[in-house]
Design a protein around this ligand. Structure first.
Ligand code: ATP
Ligand code: ATP
Length: 152
């Protein structure tokens, strides 16, 4: 039976922002596209426990795709397969949201059905040079659900 507070929590989550619930980039498990899928890398991936791993090229602001760990089941570590052969390059896959999007906004993005993980990108205009896009975190459906269930 839902109490009044639970109902209020389920309603309020929509007003919270991505920034409040995202996993900040410093805590994101990402891999460089230049890695090889050898025993060491596969062990690190396995130990991380994540099923979707952002893959970057130049640096962490240059995320080019996602690795789905379930795609790794037939990998032979001895082959040292280049990770780049396994990256699902964007286009169909990943959406990008702003840190000040509300969770309601993100849920609408997720509902469109591409992926349940979004990159959070912001504009960094702090320095002298031109402003640039910066990946500041990731947010998944799980983060939103946690907010709904925990927001009592
Ligand atoms: P699944 O439950 O579908 O196997 P998962 O456990 O890898 O996926 P989620 O359940 O979507 O991931 O998310 C759980 C938490 O982990 C969320 O807080 C999410 O932001 C975070 N998360 C997901 N992927 C990563 C990653 N690659 N690096 C760091 N944190 C991640
Ligand atoms: P522009 O500013 O010239 O429009 P952009 O770099 O901002 O280009 P978008 O048009 O915003 O690129 O993005 C196109 C799609 O490519 C995004 O929806 C996203 O999926 C992906 N994408 C582009 N650049 C990045 C990046 N640096 N990190 C992660 N995803 C990216």
């Amino acid at each position: 039976v839902e109490t009044g507070r639970e109902v209020a929590g389920a309603m309020n989550y929509k007003e919270h922002t991505v920034r409040e619930v995202m996993t900040p980039v410093k805590d994101c498990f990402m891999l460089s596209v230049s890695e090889k899928l050898n025993f060491k890398t596969l062990s690190v991936i396995f130990k991380s426990g994540f099923s979707r791993i952002p893959v970057f090229a130049k640096d962490r602001n240059d995320v080019i795709g996602l690795l789905f760990t379930k795609d790794l089941i037939f990998i032979d570590p001895d082959d040292e397969t280049p990770l780049k052969n396994f990256v699902q390059i964007f286009g169909r896959a990943v959406t990008v949201v702003w840190p000040d999007f509300t969770l309601g906004d993100v849920l609408n993005v997720f509902k469109q059905g591409k992926s349940h993980l979004s990159l959070v990108r912001d504009v960094n205009d702090a320095g002298e040079g031109d402003p640039f896009y910066e990946v500041v975190g990731i947010i998944t459906l799980e983060d939103i659900i946690e907010e709904i269930l925990g927001d009592e």
